[in-house]
Design a binder for this molecule. Structure first.
Ligand code: AMP
Length: 191
């Protein structure tokens, strides 16, 4: 789970799986820095930066921002002091196998400690996302994001699995219950 002293966690799951909520709890619990690429991009859009301008229409359509741009943003962030010192929880990145390969390059072998897959079925996440009413949550964008998740992000689960770092956790149930499951999944079995 660690490379040197710091912890690097990755959380993966369909949009609407409760990743954001569970990420906040993991960050509190382990004292790592929360890096949500969706939040970073939304902040960039609001601030009207170059990155924001490149990302806005793509995000509104529910498409993926190009790998190169995402890798640059995340790579820069991972080299900042707070993360080097305290470790990180990556939420929303990697989302494609190319992003995962790039991450491996940045962090080095053993650098990807644990990937948590928060499993919630498509019907349930669609219901949740329609209910939260975020600006970029139109039905079309939600459907498109879920399609892309199956196409681009699901293969990533195999990629993590092949590296022996994947822990799949059932994301149905209340917040406390799901968090307890995550912690249990992260606890090495006692011998
Ligand atoms: P999220 O909040 O994680 O659902 O991200 C919101 C939107 O930001 C996504 O629908 C994508 O358009 C974009 N985005 C966030 N992270 C990534 C990523 N790692 N790769 C490509 N696009 C991303």
């Amino acid at each position: 789970m660690t490379d040197g002293q710091v912890m690097r966690l990755i959380i993966v799951g369909r949009q609407g799986s409760g990743k954001g909520t569970q990420s906040a709890r993991l960050v509190d619990h382990f004292g790592v820095v929360h890096v949500s690429t969706g939040d970073m991009l939304r902040t960039a859009v609001k601030a009207g930066t170059d990155v924001g301008e490149q990302a806005e229409a793509i995000m509104d359509a529910g498409e993926l921002v190009p790998d190169d741009l995402m890798i640059d943003i995340v790579s820069a962030r991972l080299h900042e002091d707070d993360i080097v010192q305290n470790g990180v929880l990556l939420d929303g990145f990697p989302r494609t196998t190319s992003q995962a390969e790039a991450l491996l390059e940045i962090l080095g072998n053993g650098g990807i400690g644990v990937a948590i897959n928060l499993e919630v079925a498509v019907d349930e996440v669609t219901r949740r996302m329609m209910a939260r009413g975020r600006e970029d949550d139109t039905f079309e964008a939600i459907t498109r994001r879920l399609e892309l998740y199956e196409a681009q992000t699901e293969p990533l689960l195999e990629w993590f699995g092949a590296r022996g770092v994947l822990h799949t956790v059932d994301g149905l149930g209340d917040e406390d219950e799901v968090f307890a499951r995550i912690l249990e999944a992260l606890t090495p079995p006692s011998r």
